[in-house]
Write a protein that binds this ligand. Structure first.
Ligand code: KIV
Ligand code: ZN
Length: 521
């Protein structure tokens, strides 16, 4: 086995991205396989050191995603989560088999509340389980991470005991999650200081911070851990994750970069890829970031007050601590016009980071670009990016929307007619609803035979102007889960239909996957 564990460099912080695992645990953020692969490629371009691609035993979909990311994505270490259980660890090892650099991340809870109320185990039993789990994981890879779930509510001396057992068994990274977002920066910093002083072989072990945002402190807590010697930070793009989310990658990375004078540390992140990665995550999950979100929010670099505008015009650093271009703001730059050809569109897509698109996909994006030019005077980077993301989301999907028409008005019954390609061939149908969007949704449910309840619906313009692309995001409920769909079009009813089809495709894929899995057993 070649040892591919990232090495400790005192001045470098390892960025461990868990958007595909903890991030996907956000309600409704389920991603399908192709989307996970696209995101993993983008995370690699972004320069993360470790990609936690999923939780192999959790579902056949997670297993497949880890396996495909392991096959296709080069550069970062690919990691799977596994409870401290034999079946989980073996499954993680199988999913990671083809990865050039692989990590198994195994965990067990250590806090009194988890031990007594969830695991029903004694402290001594948990120490032994942790030791055995790490030992087994080490038979698959040298790179094993061990996490004490709910570490921030665990007894410090007990933590030392569990961690030392994990280190003795071979763990190289020790993660101390603030699982419920409970800790305070000063407290978390002291935890790390104390543990660093007490654990075995502190020079050879990478300490890691993993913070949830229940009190809005995930980034602050992560930075506090870094000050106390943590050299791995676990985060998600846009801060998505369980409940209030995880530590936001873009915020923590830019804090380290902007305040290098204070921390004296670097990361391998290519910061100008941050905005693009954020937009991709938004597009894939349908979870929009708030306008005033640091780094990637629409207002992050906007100056409204006259006094600020005046200052920035005189010298940017009067009110700006970062340059928008350093985090990849492309702004409203116009990229192409109606006379641009396929070659120019392809070159532009490449510049936007879509460098390995298949020709057939470029053709489809180009056709949509031409159609868009007929409707919209100016095409911006964001427009082209939305078309590309939309088109990639359609690739290999069971249901494809071919044509749609609708009829409404204040004296008419809203009616929609839809023609679709389905796994059973071409189907057309129509239905009425209490508005045009509802009529479209009713028709799509009849055609696909997938019944859902609509929980959320939102619409936003991608760029300014009445001819802007409308971005629709829906959240529906089916099979006791939330599913999100999103799509863009200059016509908001068509964008709504596409967003709905996007969610329905996810449900269909998951059902097909579960059926295949049941057949193979
Ligand atoms: O928050 C948490 O404790 C986790 C662990 C599984 C690392 O996500
Ligand atoms: Zn977590």
């Amino acid at each position: 086995m070649t040892d591919t564990t990232p090495t400790i460099q005192q001045n470098k912080v390892i960025v461990f991205d868990t958007t595909l695992r903890d991030g996907e645990q956000s309600p409704g953020a389920t991603m399908h396989l192709r989307e996970k692969i696209d995101l993993a490629h983008q995370l690699s371009r972004l320069g993360v050191d470790v990609i936690e691609a999923g939780f192999a035993i959790a579902s056949p979909g997670d297993f497949e995603a880890i396996k495909t990311v392991s096959d296709e994505v080069q550069g970062p270490v690919i990691c799977s989560l596994a409870r401290a259980m034999e079946a989980d660890i073996v499954r993680a090892g199988e999913a990671l088999a083809s990865a050039k650099r692989k990590r198994i991340h195994t965990f067990i809870a250590t806090s009194p509340v988890h031990l007594t109320k969830k695991l029903m185990k004694t402290q001594a039993e948990v120490v032994q389980i942790a030791y055995d789990a790490v030992k087994l994981a080490c038979t698959f890879t040298d790179d094993v991470e061990f996490s004490c779930e709910d570490a921030s509510r665990s007894d410090l001396d007990y933590l030392v005991e569990v961690i030392n057992a994990a280190i003795e068994a071979g763990a190289r990274t020790i993660n101390l999650p603030d699982t419920v977002g409970y800790t305070m920066p000063w407290q978390y910093e002291q935890y790390f200081e104390y543990l660093r002083a007490k654990i075995k072989n502190p020079q050879g072990i990478i300490l890691s911070a993993h913070c949830h945002n229940d009190l809005g402190l995930a980034v602050a807590n992560t930075l506090a851990a870094v000050r106390a010697g943590a050299r791995q930070i676990e985060c998600t793009v846009n801060g998505i994750g369980e409940r209030a989310g995880n530590c936001s990658l873009e915020e923590v990375v830019m804090a380290l970069q902007t305040r290098k004078d204070f921390f004296g540390l670097t990361t391998g992140i290519v910061s100008r890829e941050l905005c693009r990665t954020s937009r991709l995550v938004t597009h894939i999950t349908g979870l929009r970031v708030q306008r005033n979100k640091a780094i990637v929010g629409a207002n992050a670099f906007a100056h409204e007050a006259g006094i600020h505008q005046d200052g920035v015009l005189k010298a940017r650093d009067t009110y700006e601590i970062m340059r928008s271009e350093d985090v990849g703001w492309t702004g409203d730059s116009m990229v192409l016009g109606k006379h641009s050809g396929r070659h120019a569109v392809k070159a532009c897509l490449q510049e936007l980071g879509w460098s390995n698109l298949q020709d057939a996909i470029v053709d489809k994006i180009f056709a949509r670009f031409k159609a868009l030019c007929d409707k919209k005077k100016e095409i911006f980077n964001d427009d082209l990016e939305a078309l590309a993301q939309d088109e990639l989301g359609l690739d290999g999907m069971p249901f494809v929307l071919e044509h749609i028409s609708f009829y409404g008005g204040d004296h008419a019954i809203p009616t929609a007619s839809v023609h679709m390609t389905t796994p059973d061939g071409s189907v057309s149908d129509s239905a009425v609803g209490n508005g045009p969007v509802d009529a479209v949704f009713q028709t799509l449910q009849r055609i696909t035979n997938i019944a859902v309840t609509l929980d959320e619906y939102s619409i936003e313009a991608i760029t300014g102007g009445t001819d802007a692309l409308g971005f629709v995001s829906v959240s529906v409920n089916a099979d006791n889960r939330k599913w999100r769909g999103r799509a863009a079009d200059t016509d908001i009813i068509i964008a709504s239909a596409k967003a709905f089809v996007n969610a329905i495709n996810k449900i269909k894929k998951a059902r097909d996957f579960a059926a295949q899995d049941a057949d193979s057993k």
